[in-house]
Design a protein around this ligand. Structure first.
Ligand code: GMT
Length: 374
């Protein structure tokens, strides 16, 4: 198939999933055309079947805000014609789904069906805001197929938007060959030269991720056990986290690594992953850690319980309860047996439920059905 994929090309979870999906589809012989304002960050090298089309935007002085939605719709239309696309697959409803709707309408009578994948904040925060609700609802209803990355998100979408059409769940996935336990290959001593334990946090440092809670949890754990904290990613709350670290005089033990591409190499150095978000429709970071055999301590929110089971692959704790999160992290860190048990369970759950080998065919099947019915 010839598939156009649109996503946010940055380090957000939806962009990561869309990019990995494109790479997996290309590896299976499909022609994949990314259409966005920048090259998706996880595409680090040229590959067969992978193409990138940058959305050109005229920045006329009259435009206070350049109309990206329209420029994207135009790019989708052009790419669809020039590359004979079979369909579009957009990730994150706003505004991608609206652009796809326009592209499909512009190309009539030629067929260009589009699939919309909902990721989370496009529904729970942005879409639910009155300013965007009607257009989000419209673009969902108009899509040729809609998927949500967890049952939780499916339910919220149907309920909050009063959606009458089917929304399928296709969970997020991970390449279990790339994200796998390193079995001692990580150079831990670079981060923990005296045999300290290692906690890790991986996110886009937005307020919803509760980055300050990560620092609080870490400082509570560190009081009991020599531990280091790896902070992977960047975003608005990095500054406050850095300030907290300085105030608490724990700078030597907290390593801010910024945005990273080969996150599997870093996850493999960690003993426990922290994900104390206020909301996660899925929690891709937890899954990536699990695939590497890293148990996680997460908030019990949204769709996280569909990914990780409390007491099996890690722990689920009420959001913002940093004391219990620290206690749970210490429970894992201070017992090698418990850690080994949870690490194995984490890897096995990723293998059984969330490997790309099992999930990509679900998308292929969906595309076939859409092409048949449109
Ligand atoms: O909050 C983020 O990380 C960004 C957001 C996105 O769409 O880029 O993430 C959402 O999609 C991820 C990939 O499907 C999910 O793993 C995250 O749980 C979800 N975030 C929220 O629901 C807050």
């Amino acid at each position: 198939m010839r598939i156009g994929i649109t996503c946010y090309p940055t380090y957000g979870g939806s962009g990561v999933v869309a990019t990995e999906l494109g790479l997996e589809l290309a590896a299976r012989g499909h022609d994949v055309h990314f259409i966005s304002y920048a090259m998706p960050v996880r595409i680090t090298e040229a590959a067969e079947h992978i193409h990138f089309h940058e959305v050109e935007m005229l920045n006329y002085p009259l435009f206070d805000h350049p109309p990206y939605t329209l420029a994207l719709a135009t790019a989708m239309t052009n790419v669809a014609v020039n590359e004979s696309l079979d369909l579009l697959h957009v990730h994150y409803a706003i505004p991608h789904s609206v652009s796809a709707y326009l592209a499909r309408a512009m190309l009539k009578p030629r067929r260009l069906p589009f699939v919309t994948t909902l990721h989370g904040t496009d529904i729970t925060l942005v879409g639910a805001d009155r300013s965007y609700l009607p257009i989000t609802r419209f673009s969902i209803e108009e899509s040729d197929a809609v998927t949500a990355i967890s049952e939780y998100l499916r339910q919220v979408t149907l309920r909050e938007f009063d959606i009458r059409r089917p929304v399928e769940v296709i969970p997020n996935f991970v390449n279990c060959e790339v994200f796998r336990p390193a079995n001692g290959k990580c150079r831990r001593e670079e981060f923990a030269p005296h045999g300290e334990k290692i906690l890790v946090h991986l996110s886009n440092f937005r307020p919803v991720k509760r980055v300050p809670d990560v620092v609080e949890i870490f400082s509570l754990v560190r009081r009991e056990l020599p531990t280091k904290l790896l902070m992977i990613g960047d975003g608005p709350d990095r500054t406050i986290a850095e300030w907290m670290v300085r105030e608490k005089k724990i700078s030597r033990d907290v390593i801010f690594l910024g945005k990273q591409n080969q996150v599997q190499d870093l996850l493999n150095c960690a003993d426990v992953l922290l994900l104390p978000s206020d909301l996660e429709s899925f929690g891709l970071a937890a899954l990536e850690g699990m695939a590497c055999g890293v148990p996680a301590v997460c908030s019990r929110v949204g769709g996280v319980s569909e990914v990780l089971r409390d007491g099996v692959e890690g722990f689920l704790v009420e959001a913002r309860d940093v004391h219990t999160m620290a206690t749970r992290a210490l429970e894992i860190l201070s017992s090698p047996e418990r850690h080994a048990e949870m690490s194995l369970a984490a890897r096995q759950r990723a293998l059984r439920n969330f490997c790309s080998n099992n999930i990509i065919p679900l998308y292929e099947d969906l595309y076939q059905r859409v092409l048949k019915n449109s």
